[in-house]
Design a protein around this ligand. Structure first.
Ligand code: PRP
Ligand code: ZN
Ligand code: MG
Length: 225
């Protein structure tokens, strides 16, 4: 049975946001013992459960009201929202705050010898990406039609593997592009981690706990500015 009295927070299990997310919750005074293989961790000193899942699943869990809060990249969140809207739904959630970590950009990158002069160069090319909606929204501003190659990982190998002409993927340090002989040609979205809450009203106890956490998060982030 689900224990709905406890606040559920979803965070990335492993990846770019997981260490910072873990650190933030710890700095807010939540005592959790995150065992590597565990999907769920219970706070010892507060009625909070931490769910550790794939980042891509977090927006849906919050929008569907399965968890109360989620820490997720804006890029992943926005893509999920656009995806649901494309299916005719009207996804709802509340953004509580933008975090000071998880900065990255979603960029189009091409093989180093690609002669790039502007978005129109991409017309009718095949673009490998995990973010087809963000990509389409961006290129439609230039009336550039393109073909997609949907990949959830290893996007950066697509051009070399002959799967696509160029890619659209997240860039943080740029090391992945560099290692794969690619160059960044267009930044289409700048992202950070953010904290979101499900839309439906919470019980008074849960809302009070969220308010307390928000005050602490505010303090933690301000202290490191
Ligand atoms: C992103 C992206 C690249 C890498 C780029 O993956 O897909 O693989 O980060 O970072 P760099 O510019 O510092 O080399 P992410 O960590 O978000 O994991 P995921 O794609 O598996 O969610
Ligand atoms: Zn991911
Ligand atoms: Mg990746």
């Amino acid at each position: 049975m689900l224990d709905n009295s406890r606040l559920r927070i979803a965070m990335q299990k492993s990846g770019r946001l997981s260490d910072e997310s873990k650190k933030l919750l710890a700095q807010c005074g939540i005592k959790i013992n995150l065992q590597e293989q565990r999907l769920i961790a219970f706070a010892e000193n507060m009625p909070i459960d931490i769910l550790r899942v794939r980042d891509d699943d977090i927006p849906g869990l919050v929008i569907d009201g399965v968890v109360d809060l989620g820490i997720v990249g804006e890029n992943v969140l926005e893509e999920e929202v656009l995806d649901r809207q494309a299916e005719g739904f009207n996804p709802q959630y509340k953004t509580l705050r933008r975090m000071d970590f998880g900065g990255c950009r979603l960029s189009i990158a091409a093989p180093r010898d690609f002669d790039y002069t502007g978005p129109e160069c991409l017309k009718d090319l095949r673009i490998a990406t995990t973010y087809p909606h963000l990509l389409r929204r961006y290129l439609s501003q230039y009336n550039v039609a393109f073909k997609t190659c949907l990949l959830n990982g290893s996007v950066e190998v697509a051009p070399r593997a002959g799967l696509a002409d160029v890619i659209c993927d997240l860039v943080s340090s740029g090391a992945t592009l560099e290692a794969n002989g690619l160059k960044e040609i267009e930044v289409i979205y700048r992202s950070k981690a953010c904290l979101i809450q499900r839309q439906a009203e919470m019980s008074a106890d849960k809302q009070a706990l969220i308010d307390k956490l928000m005050t602490r998060i505010q303090g933690v982030i301000q202290a490191r500015e």
